[in-house]
Design a protein around this ligand. Structure first.
Ligand code: FES
Length: 127
């Protein structure tokens, strides 16, 4: 019998249900949350930085949405060093915590992206 977890793991980055690469949900959810509704928006795109890389975002997008649309799924390292990313996308799990303009433990899925903001991957509890 075919193992669905293995099939999904080959499809691309996995970030749900624990460490990146360990879940069977990740690739499909990455596509949902990371998908933009359209490139023909009335308002102009802007950029912010993540780990020194310019990330394009549109007004109203969360940091998580913009990062995932840019292919950035590794948002923090857990206390055990494992890579973590967006899990719930609704502010409940805290797996998407980043350092935003110097503020640790900022949930990327609940924070609207702003022009020029500086976002960094958080390591551990962010102290
Ligand atoms: S992804 Fe769960 S709180 Fe942000």
């Amino acid at each position: 019998m075919r193992n669905p977890t293995r099939a999904l793991s080959r499809a691309g980055p996995i970030l749900f249900g624990g460490a990146i690469g360990e879940s069977s949900w990740g690739s499909c959810m990455t596509g949902v949350i990371g998908r933009r509704l359209g490139e023909d928006r009335a308002q102009a795109a802007f950029t912010f930085s993540f780990e020194g890389e310019a990330i394009q975002a549109w007004p109203g997008e969360t940091i998580a949405a913009a990062l995932m649309a840019s292919g950035q799924v590794h948002l923090r390292d857990a206390e055990d060093g494992s890579a973590r990313g967006v899990v719930c996308g609704i502010g409940a799990c805290w797996e998407c915590r980043c350092i935003v303009d110097g503020a640790a433990n900022t949930r990327a899925c609940m924070t609207e992206a702003r022009p020029g903001m500086v976002v960094a991957r958080q390591h551990g509890v962010g102290r």
